[in-house]
Design a protein around this ligand. Structure first.
Ligand code: 2AM
Ligand code: CA
Length: 271
């Protein structure tokens, strides 16, 4: 598989940041047993990973802008290109020593995501996509699952995070999904959930209250794997609205329908 020069830059940066995170995961396993826990250590690991990415990406493309979870937005002199970067997606998993987290990098050109990558350093799985060139897991072409029956589908989701989000609405949405799909999963890393939809492991996925860096690479991965992805209103304002639904054509459509019914039921329910 021949990648473009820019995707190779992204891959190298992700591997370097990922190597550090994998080392840090070993340290965290030891810190679990300390009373203080690994909180500060994780914050430092997260920052270090973003610094590595910023450094490597800036070295290769010094003019591009950079939007990262840790350091916020840096405008570049090239106004048409921007990196959207999550150095550590699935921070809570990482903090608990759960090996399900990722480095995720997307490249946006004039508002369109043209390259995306999600890398789980714990199991060394690398998902990449370039616009119009397909999606790959470790150099093998990937596609969304072909299942059409909801009763056979495994669906990933997010839940409102502690102290945030609309719990009442989430209860209606989850009940609707439970009643219609074979099973729900909540893995805690949006970028990997989307990559797993692209790889056909999850039949569909939805989540609310996300940030652009959680989703930017995953949106391209799903589309390049032949899937459908939108905001929860069915439109394309995924990064702006911060909510997302993905799956094959049928699963995506049915998931949107179920969630919209759940929303109406939640609005009609007594407070
Ligand atoms: P993070 O691990 O980088 O914070 C899990 O539901 C997904 O939501 C993860 O991709 C996580 O990214 C993201 N997320 C966004 N805001 C969050 C928050 N306040 N608490 C936990 N996860 C959050
Ligand atoms: Ca994240």
């Amino acid at each position: 598989m021949q990648h473009s020069a820019v995707l190779n830059v992204m891959i190298k940066a992700a591997y370097r940041a990922g190597r550090g995170l994998k080392r840090d995961l070993g340290e965290i396993e030891k810190l679990q047993v300390s009373v203080k826990g690994p909180g500060n250590f994780v914050t430092a690991a997260d920052r270090r990973a973003e610094e590595i990415l910023r450094e490597d990406l800036a070295k290769a493309r010094p003019d591009y802008g950079f939007l990262g979870e840790e350091g916020g937005l840096h405008r570049g002199s090239d106004k048409t290109h921007r990196w959207i970067v999550d150095p550590l997606d699935g921070t809570t998993n990482f903090l608990h020593g759960i090996p399900h987290f990722a480095v995720s990098i997307a490249l946006e050109r004039e508002g369109v995501i043209v390259a995306g990558l999600t890398y789980n350093p714990a199991n060394d799985e690398l998902f990449v996509a370039e616009r119009g060139k397909g999606a790959f897991l470790d150099n093998q072409r990937i596609r969304v699952a072909a299942r059409r029956r909801l009763g056979e589908a495994i669906v990933g989701c997010g839940l409102p995070h502690y102290g945030r989000g609309d719990l009442a609405l989430a209860r209606f949405e989850i009940a609707a999904a439970q009643q219609n799909f074979a099973g729900l999963r909540r893995y805690g890393s949006a970028s990997l959930d989307l990559a797993w939809v692209a790889a056909g492991r999850l039949d569909a996925y939805w989540e609310r209250d996300l940030s652009p860096w959680d989703m930017a690479a995953g949106v391209l991965l799903v589309r390049e794997a032949g899937g459908f992805v939108s905001d929860l209103d069915g439109g394309d304002a995924i990064l702006a609205k911060g909510h997302v639904a993905a799956g094959n054509e049928t699963m995506h459509r049915e998931l949107l329908r179920l969630l919209s019914e759940a929303r109406k039921a939640a609005a009609a329910a007594p407070a």
